[in-house]
Design a protein around this ligand. Sequence first.
Ligand SMILES: *Cc1c(COP(=O)(O)O)cnc(C)c1O
Ligand SMILES: *[C@@H]1O[C@H](CO)[C@@H](O)[C@H](O)[C@H]1NC(C)=O
Ligand SMILES: *[C@@H]1O[C@H](CO)[C@@H](O)[C@H](O)[C@H]1NC(C)=O
Length: 553
Amino acid sequence: MPATIRERVRALSAFETVKTLLFVYVVFTQSLKAQRHLRARGFRQTFSDFWTWLCQRVIFLALRLPAAKQKVDSQLGEAALKIENSLVPKGPDVVRHLSLPAEGRSPEWILPEMDKMDGEAVKHTNWKGGRMSGAVYHGGEDMQQVIVDAFRKYCVSNPLHPDAFPAVRKMEAEIVAMCLRMYNNPTGAGTTTSGGTESIIMAVKTHRDWARAVKGITEPEMVVPISAHAAFDKAAAYLKIKLHSIPVDPETRKVNVSRMRRAINSNTIMIVGSAINFPDGNMDDIPALSKLAKRYNIGLHVDCCLGSFIMPFLDRAGYPCDVFDFRLEGVTSISCDTHKVKGNVLSFLHLNWTDLDAFCLHFGGVYIVRIRTKGGLYGSPSMAGSRPGALIAGTWAAMQYMGQDGYLESCKNIVGSAQKIVRAIREEIPELYVLGDPPASCVAFAARDKGGLNILAVGDKMSERGWHLNGLQKPAAVHIAVTRLTVPVVDQFIADLKDCVREVKVLSSSMSSEEKGEEGNMVALYGLGNSSAVGPAMVEKMVTAFLDALYKA
Ligand SMILES: *Cc1c(COP(=O)(O)O)cnc(C)c1O
Ligand SMILES: *[C@@H]1O[C@H](CO)[C@@H](O)[C@H](O)[C@H]1NC(C)=O
Ligand SMILES: *[C@@H]1O[C@H](CO)[C@@H](O)[C@H](O)[C@H]1NC(C)=O
């Protein structure tokens, strides 16, 4: 039948047209993607990324060959055992509690048992002596007492139930209000979270949701300095966001702003700057990043986790630095930690709500609002559901105890000590140089000439003297985050550093390569390189209003 044949031919050609269109669409979107990628990273970077990836695949496949696999497994096992041995106390007198005791223990048993466990650890690292960098941010015994008393008072409180714990709700709202003023945005909004990482993830989520609602971006990307905290990689992985890592200027250690600009495209939701960054304590050019954010109408998150209660006091302490907070119009969110200065675990996410209000107030923003068919309404401000109210009380107490004068004094001492270390290295230790020009509490140093002094070996020598510092890669360097505990021992630090540099120099010139094989931890580790009558929309608004009210101070 000619008619049915004609129909079939027509159907076929229609099918061909659809296929061609689909093909063109795929080629078009893919080449657009490739072009964005190339623009952001450049040909050389793209090629070197591809090369690295290829090498890794080849090595990965080679390591699956039986002979290689056996060797790798045994070496991995060895390394794992070494690490285990250094962390887990072993021996006949170590009692392990692997199941619930059949009968409850007495308080007289519990505390001494904890002391016993600590006894093992204290042998390794004595943080009270101020020699441990970046792990414990302690504010002194008196402050500790204030925090512990607050913890005890609000031990079982939970801010998920503000009706049951009105004081905790009030304190949390006040903490946020105090921090917002500190960062020059008294009309802004914020929440407390479990720490810097959660704050950063919440900030990225808010920008992603804002970009989707306001700009229709479904394949979000963000542009982040290589020196930014790993929390951004976490956020990118959790929230399915493509992350472009931008190199820093080798001299100033600030992110290369022109490279940053090149990586911005129509899918970019936000850029990031640190004040200060973790690896070497330097601050990105936030005013320039703010201009970029304004120009492209994207978000700018400033990570102040490490700089938290130091950066806002720098000017008054006599250490002027660039503006980095909400005074800059492009800054849309800031994360800040309280525990990095005073031994507490709470962090803040500050959003410039005015900028994001189209989204945040009407769509929920960082808040999650759930309308369940069973169980009623549920609203919570961040990733956690139940939260420990004790931490909020402790933070509030600590902030009241410190006051502006306390933080200012603390800032002067901490930054003064860090500057002293910087000066000593620049003027008295010619073998070393300071990375960039760190404005605040954290200083990183590296060996001057390549192939000369092994800085990581210096770090290991410092560990032998009880200093617990962090090793860095690219370039190999060692950093110290100065805290209030370090202040009284800063001269000792400088003297020890000089000694260790001398020791490593002598050792490396007299030692055979065989002996050099006996590497310390730092060398070994870093050297390797909805149902409701009023309707869902109304309910959502009500719950959002409820959540907003929680933060009214
Ligand atoms: C510590 C830190 C973070 C993350 O803080 P956590 O509380 O450890 O999650 C983020 N950024 C910088 C610069 C930091 O130093
Ligand atoms: C917040 O963003 C708005 C809009 O961009 C801006 O006008 C304001 O200056 C920013 N900063 C503060 C502190 O509100
Ligand atoms: C930033 O990167 C560009 C391109 O790679 C380079 O030409 C420029 O010199 C860099 N600027 C700084 C300050 O490093």
